[in-house]
Ligand binder design. Structure first.
Ligand code: AP5
Ligand code: MG
Length: 191
């Protein structure tokens, strides 16, 4: 299996690049943000709980997202592999993911991390906020908080994969196609 963690701060292009990668490599896209937004739209209990955190740009508790990913892995039986987008976001989530994959006799192949400067992230998210309807894109303070939370709670996950020699940074600035080529080069070399 090819199991890729597509990593990066809010607005770095994880969702955009995932759509292209799943097509090229025949993978299943698991975005915890997308799953949470679907729960929210369906007004489930889980969605209502998650909304309290998402609207402020804070992380939803580990137990909630880990449970969600566990169920999604079970739903998808025999597949070529997964792209994990926006997960893991804490070291506890990374440990839980390793253990869930181990139960399925597989593991993370590599983590590719999109690197994009702060001002570019803010520009992209405010721009998307004009039409996305995403509550967390509407407000500059919430966007800044999402980036702060990324540096404080999520960036340390890099060390977790670095220790396993699975961390590969990629320049996330440029055209969508150029960035896609950079990602494919790294994946092809290490798959
Ligand atoms: P999530 O949905 O994961 O959002 P995010 O990480 O904040 O990032 P985005 O989805 O906004 O950005 P992206 O990197 O996917 O970029 P995109 O391709 O969209 O999480 C939302 C919330 O859910 C979290 O704050 C948290 O509350 C909760 N949550 C989710 N997962 C969780 C977890 N594991 N644990 C706990 N809580 C969790 O691109 C952004 C914009 O830029 C788009 O408009 C796009 O068109 C544009 N763009 C893309 N590429 C380029 C380019 N090359 N040049 C110019 N513009 C570009
Ligand atoms: Mg996304």
């Amino acid at each position: 299996m090819l199991n890729v963690v597509l990593f990066g701060p809010p607005g770095s292009g994880k969702g955009t690049q995932s759509a292209k990668l799943i097509e090229k490599y025949g993978l299943i896209h698991l975005s915890t943000g997308d799953i949470l937004r679907a729960e929210l739209a369906a007004q489930t209990e889980l969605g209502k709980e998650a909304k309290r955190y998402m609207d402020k740009g804070e992380l939803v508790p580990d137990r909630v997202v880990i449970g969600m990913i566990g169920r999604k892995l079970d739903e998808n039986g025999k597949v070529n592999g997964f792209i994990f987008d926006g997960f893991p976001r804490t070291t506890s989530q990374a440990e839980a993911l390793d253990s869930l994959l181990k139960d399925k006799n597989t593991s993370i192949t590599l983590m590719v991390a999109l690197e994009v400067p702060h001002e570019e992230l803010v520009k992209r998210l405010l721009n998307r906020g004009k039409e996305s309807g995403r509550a967390d894109d509407q407000n500059a303070e919430v966007i800044e908080n999402r980036i702060r939370v990324y540096h404080r709670e999520t960036a340390p996950v890099i060390h977790y994969y670095e220790a396993q020699h699975k961390f590969f940074p990629v320049n996330g600035v440029g055209s969508i196609d150029d960035i896609f080529q950079r990602l494919c080069e790294v994946i092809d070399k290490h798959k």
